[in-house]
Design a protein around this ligand. Structure first.
Ligand code: FPP
Ligand code: MG
Ligand code: MG
Length: 418
């Protein structure tokens, strides 16, 4: 790029806020029941990569003060309120695209040129570019993040953690972040209850932000996480009206790809996309809709790239590097990107995928097909395409260190090994 400065490090740039966020988390999770406190704090003691709060904080830094009411929002937040009179129109992103809905084009979704199966695109209205370019309000102190945005970063991480407490029960996974998983350490019942408790506390914190638009965005993420899990089960297929069609299995590669990418959005990218969008909503910048679209598109494309890389690492990395079991997806009956590409090259994979690698020897056989195919390579290339799109949509933001950090983050996501 034309930047002379070395790219700002995404994690260093928000390190003080992340540290503060971890500190102020404990009171949010406090409870009179020691067993409950122990389990809800457990996953926060082995911190994640913190990519979700980093996205929220960096987008705040990159967009705060772009015209508009930023000074007013800051003043209100410091007074303890958060702009309760903000008018709210239901954003189109809440009408989530569903696999059986007609496809519409958006200049904001990475195209999908790497599979013959066609293109997957987000249903959404056309993007309207910002009208006043990138002039920052005189009231804006560069790099300052609103207290409401710091709280949002925390809420987003709490939702992620709550979902992991449930996920490790569903996946019967023994390991997380290099330590026994919560169900392994405390049992399934406490993990489910602990997840619900974190969800409850996150919801309370969300309501205290006092912004209906953000409340609805983040609440819809919780539904999306569940929808993603359901879609992943694949015996249950959703029709266009969101009704479940049980046992409507398909053996068609293209439909499997559509479901896989939509599932990837729902279970991983939705939290990043709507978290990013909410950060901009709380910043209250002028011509907000355009900046919100940029934030959403960034989070969505980055999130899909992130999960595609996760699915590659499941084949490539050992448990000791990952801190969680490697090779888990086939064991769980899941055909991710590498397996779906392998299916295109080895038709025999179709049957194995269909029966979810259930017969003895299926997992080993499928793994062999994947490794003899270009599935891993092509999934990496697809992740790169989504990451490139995430970087591209940022280009309309004015230059800042935070923007450079967001760009650098797209490279980190694709290059990560664990
Ligand atoms: C990890 O995926 C899991 C998720 C990204 C979402 C899980 C969502 C639920 C269990 C629904 C319930 C949601 C809430 C908010 C309580 P993975 O299993 O592919 O990854 P892993 O290898 O890290 O386990
Ligand atoms: Mg899972
Ligand atoms: Mg899991």
């Amino acid at each position: 790029t034309s930047s002379i400065r070395p790219r700002a490090d995404p994690f260093n740039l928000v390190a003080p806020q992340i540290a503060e966020l971890r500190q102020s988390l404990l009171p949010l999770l406090a409870s009179g029941h020691p067993a409950l406190s122990e389990i809800t704090k457990y996953y926060f003691q082995h911190p994640s990569k913190q990519i979700r709060p980093v996205i929220v904080l960096l987008l705040a830094q990159a967009t705060n003060g772009l015209g508009g009411d930023w000074g007013k929002k800051l003043w209100e937040a410091e007074q303890g309120g958060a702009g309760l009179d903000t008018p709210f129109t239901r954003p189109d992103v809440l009408n989530d695209w569903n696999p059986s809905m007609p496809e519409e084009t958006s200049r904001f979704e990475a195209t999908w040129p790497l599979s013959p199966a066609g293109e997957h695109r987000r249903k959404g209205k056309d993007y309207v570019p910002p009208m006043s370019g990138g002039t920052r309000s005189a009231l804006c102190e560069p790099m300052k993040v609103l207290p409401t945005q710091r709280r949002l970063a925390q809420i987003v991480e709490m939702l992620h953690t709550a979902s992991l407490l449930h996920d490790d029960v569903i996946d019967e996974s023994a390991l997380r972040r290099g330590a026994p998983s919560a169900p392994a350490a405390f049992g399934n019942k406490l993990s489910v209850l602990g997840g619900n408790f974190v969800l409850g506390r996150a919801s309370a914190a969300l309501s205290r932000l006092g912004d209906t638009e953000v409340t609805e965005l983040i609440a819809s993420v919780i539904s999306n996480l569940v929808e993603g899990e359901i879609l992943q089960m694949r015996e249950v297929k959703l029709d266009g009206k969101g009704d479940a069609v049980v046992k409507a299995k398909t053996n068609k590669n293209q439909e499997a790809w559509n479901i896989y990418l939509q599932k990837t959005y729902l279970k991983t990218a939705s939290l990043m996309a709507k978290g990013a969008r909410s950060s901009v909503v709380l910043g209250g910048c002028k011509e907000g809709e355009a900046w919100k679209e940029i934030a959403y598109a960034y989070g969505r494309n980055l999130g899909i790239a992130f999960q595609l890389v996760d699915d590659v690492l499941d084949y490539e990395s050992a448990s000791v590097t990952l801190g969680k079991p490697g090779g888990a997806d086939l064991q769980l009956g899941l055909a991710t990107g590498p397996a779906l590409y392998a299916w295109e090259e080895h038709p025999e994979m179709g049957e194995l995928i269909q029966r979810k690698f259930e017969k003895p020897g299926d997992v080993e056989l499928a793994r062999d097909y994947v490794l003899r195919s270009s599935g891993v390579q092509r999934t990496k290339a697809l992740a790169q395409a989504y990451a490139d799109k995430a970087k591209e949509v940022l280009q309309e933001l004015p230059s800042s260190e935070a923007k450079e950090a967001l760009e650098a983050l797209t490279e980190r996501v694709v290059g990560r090994r664990s």
